[in-house]
Structure formats: structure tokens, C-alpha cells
Design a protein around this ligand. Structure first.
Ligand code: NAD
Ligand code: UFG
Length: 334
């Protein structure tokens, strides 16, 4: 698992270990701490073998593939801050596109052709219709981060055409939030959070004064942006299902991983206040550049094919995010 020490990766470690898989984590710790993996060990009672390495380092990756009997790869490693990607596009294309190419090259050398890739609903841009199906047009992405995800999807799809042995799942995540129910692992942004749920959590815990709501003039239920928030443990379990499904499927296949239901910013604020018992003061500001009004998935393909369906609602997402935030008000220790 590349990027396994990160937010989604650490939760997926738990789901995989609990499903009986043996894993090896590769992470350069550019956006995570090794403490997350120690916490995974505490939750599961199992060892998490891991190596600090960069996926772009082909020599190091070859060493790992030589030393371990890898059957498949879940590729989380990458950079994900949309705003930063506009300022540092080369850094993003290098980490996300060159990194994904280096990984696939080494996998090919070692005859490992089962690959699950973290893509994003951002590839759909501003959808003409809702809910969003996998066959909707892609490409109208508004930033280098989104374009890097789409490029990797295209590269991996070409690879699967060139060699029919590849078994690839391109998972388009909607908005992952929440934390493991133990409160031991969760999302730990190193800077001021870009995303709604960690920002709200930090306001509720007193680290920040108030939330800024970006826009209240969208054509939505209350004028604020609508997204398909998905509990990170549901998302993690989606990876376990995708791995199992790939055993019997070749080619490159796209799946939305979302709940199929949208919530506005103000609905999330309300749900969080209820879950935490704390007020979340906010003020409105103009729209954030690149944001769209509403995004939510048609999640039927994953349900029918992968036999996976998100089961945790907005209450559990807020409760678990809050539990993590309260137990770890400053995130993971160094
Ligand atoms: P994260 O930053 O918490 O995890 C990514 C991990 O990859 C980190 O531990 C980081 O240290 C590691 N990493 C980065 N570059 C690396 C490299 N070159 N070599 C080795 N390790 C490297 O992010 P996350 O939220 O867990 O996201 C995981 C993946 O899912 C990313 O590819 C992200 O783009 C994608 N994704 C995330 C979201 C979201 O909202 N969180 C939505 C859609 C897609
Ligand atoms: N929002 C606020 N205030 C904040 C943060 C967010 O009002 O401080 C609003 C946004 O305007 C949006 C909603 O809350 O309406 C959700 O915003 P997030 O930043 O949490 O999530 P996005 O949908 O903008 O982006 C997320 C991931 C991206 C990914 C995208 C599409 O962060 O990586 O989903 O998959 F590309």
C-alpha cells in the first residue's frame, strides 16, 4: 500500500488487516506521521510492516518488490491540496503523475498487475446532471490536482489496453470524512485545513474561531455547496471489496465511491453541532474559486459490481470526526 500512513490509507490498513490481508506500507511521510501506523497496530493487534520510501524512487521500489511477494497494490501516495497544486503544478504532476508511472513501471517489471488507484470525483468538474454516473463526461477539471488524477486514470487505462493481464480499479472518491470509531486514527491536516469537516472540528474544539462558508448563493437547498460526504471506514471497506472483485476481472474499471446523498455546508454544520454538543460559529464569504454548486454520486455501479454500499450516515461521520478531534486535539504527536 503506497501512502498507507495517510488519512485514507491508515483506515484502509485497518479494514484490510481485519479482512485477513497481509500488507506492506510504503510512505515517504511527506504528509503523515508514523504514529498513524502504530495506532493501526493498536486497533488491530497486528504488526504493520512499513518502509519509508518515495514511490518515484524506482531503485527502492524494485528492492521492495524483490524482497516481498506482492500480489497487488493500492496506490494512495500523492499530493492532494487543490490550492497548492495551482501554485506548484510541477510538484503535483511529479508526485501524482510521475509517481504513478514509476509505480506501474516497477509493477510491470515484477509481473504484478493488480492495482487500485485513488482517483477523485473532481474529474467530473461541474456536472450537467445529478447524481453523477461513471459514464458522465470527465475533463473539465479546474486545477492541476484534478488534472493529475485524470491523467493517471488515462495512463492506467492505456496500460490495461496494452496488456490484458492488468487488473485495475480506478476509484473516484467523493468527500471522505470521519474517523475510525476508536478515535485512535483520523484526519490530521498539517496546516490550516482546506476541507470542510476538519475545519469544523477545529472550530468546535476551539482551535479556530469560526468557519468561513464559501458562498451562500448557489442554486442549492440553502445556497451553500452540496457534497457527497462518505465515512472513511466505508471508503476503506470499498477498497477491500475492490481488491476482491479485481481477482476475477481484467482491464481498467471506474467506480464512484460515494453514498449517493448530498449535504449542504449548513446541514453539515448542524449535524456536527448535534454530534458534538458544541457551537460551530460561521460567517459567509464569497464563493471559493473552482468550487461547484453540487456534487453527489450515483453509487449503483459499486453496489451492483463490488457488492459494496456505504452504510454510515452523516451522524456517524460527525460523531467519529469529533471523537478523533477530542482525543487528539493537536493531531498525532511527532
Ligand atoms: P494523505 O495526504 O493523508 O495521504 C497520502 C499519503 O501519501 C501520505 O501519507 C503521504 O506522506 C504519502 N505520499 C505522498 N507522496 C508520496 C510519495 N511520492 N511517495 C510515497 N508516499 C507519498 O491523503 P489522503 O486523504 O489519505 O488521500 C489518499 C489518496 O486519495 C490521495 O491520492 C488523494 O489524492 C486521494 N483522494 C483524496 C481525497 C480526500 O478528500 N481526502 C479525495 C479524493 C481522492
Ligand atoms: N467549504 C466551506 N468552508 C471551508 C471549507 C469548505 O464552506 O472552510 C465548503 C466548500 O465550498 C464546499 C464544501 O464545503 O462547498 C466541501 O469542501 P471541501 O474542501 O471539504 O471539499 P471539496 O468538495 O471542495 O473537495 C474535495 C477534496 C478534493 C477533491 C474534491 C472532489 O478536497 O481533493 O473533493 O473530489 F478533488
Amino acid at each position: 500500500m503506497t501512502g498507507g500512513a495517510g488519512y485514507i490509507g491508515s483506515h484502509t490498513c485497518v479494514a484490510l488487516l481485519q479482512a485477513g490481508y497481509e500488507i506492506l506500507v510504503v510512505d515517504n511521510l511527506s504528509n503523515s506521521k508514523k504514529e498513524s501506523l502504530l495506532r493501526v497496530e493498536a486497533i488491530t493487534g497486528k504488526k504493520v510492516p512499513w518502509v519509508q520510501a518515495d514511490v518515484r524512487n524506482r531503485g527502492k521500489m524494485r528492492e521492495l518488490f524483490s524482497a516481498h511477494p506482492v500480489e497487488g497494490v493500492i496506490h494512495f501516495a500523492g499530493l492532494k491540496a487543490v490550492g497548492e497544486s495551482v501554485e506548484k503544478p510541477l510538484r503535483y504532476y511529479d508526485a501524482n503523475v510521475a509517481g504513478s508511472m514509476a509505480l506501474a513501471e516497477v509493477m510491470q517489471e515484477f509481473g504484478v498487475r493488480l492495482l487500485v488507484f485513488s482517483s477523485s470525483a473532481t474529474v467530473y468538474g461541474d456536472p450537467a446532471m445529478l447524481p453523477i454516473r461513471e459514464d458522465f463526461p470527465v475533463g473539465a477539471t479546474t486545477n492541476p490536482y484534478g488534472r493529475s488524477k485524470l491523467m493517471v486514470e488515462q495512463i492506467y487505462t492505456d496500460l490495461a489496453v496494452s496488456d490484458k493481464a492488468w487488473q485495475i480499479a480506478l476509484l473516484r472518491y467523493f468527500n471522505p470524512v470521519g474517523a475510525h470509531g476508536s478515535g485512535l486514527i483520523g484526519e490530521d491536516p498539517s496546516d490550516i485545513p482546506n476541507n470542510l469537516m476538519p475545519y469544523i472540528s477545529q472550530v468546535a474544539v476551539g482551535r479556530r474561531e469560526r468557519l468561513t462558508v464559501f458562498g451562500n448563493d448557489y442554486p442549492t437547498v440553502d445556497g451553500t455547496g452540496v457534497r457527497d460526504y462518505i465515512h472513511v471506514m466505508d471508503l476503506a471497506e470499498g477498497h477491500v471489496k475492490a481488491l476482491a472483485w479485481l481477482q476475477n476481472h481484467t482491464g481498467a474499471h471506474v467506480f464512484n465511491l460515494g453514498t449517493g446523498r448530498g449535504y449542504s455546508v449548513l446541514e453539515v454544520v448542524k449535524a456536527f453541532e448535534t454530534a458534538s454538543g458544541r457551537p460551530v460559529p460561521y460567517r459567509f464569504s464569497p464563493r471559493r474559486a473552482g468550487d461547484v454548486a453540487a456534487v453527489y454520486a450515483d453509487a449503483m455501479k459499486a453496489e451492483q459490481e463490488l457488492k459494496w454500499k456505504a452504510s454510515r450516515g452523516i451522524e456517524a461521520m460527525c460523531r467519529d470526526a469529533w471523537n478523533w478531534q477530542q482525543q487528539n486535539p493537536m493531531g498525532y504527536p511527532d
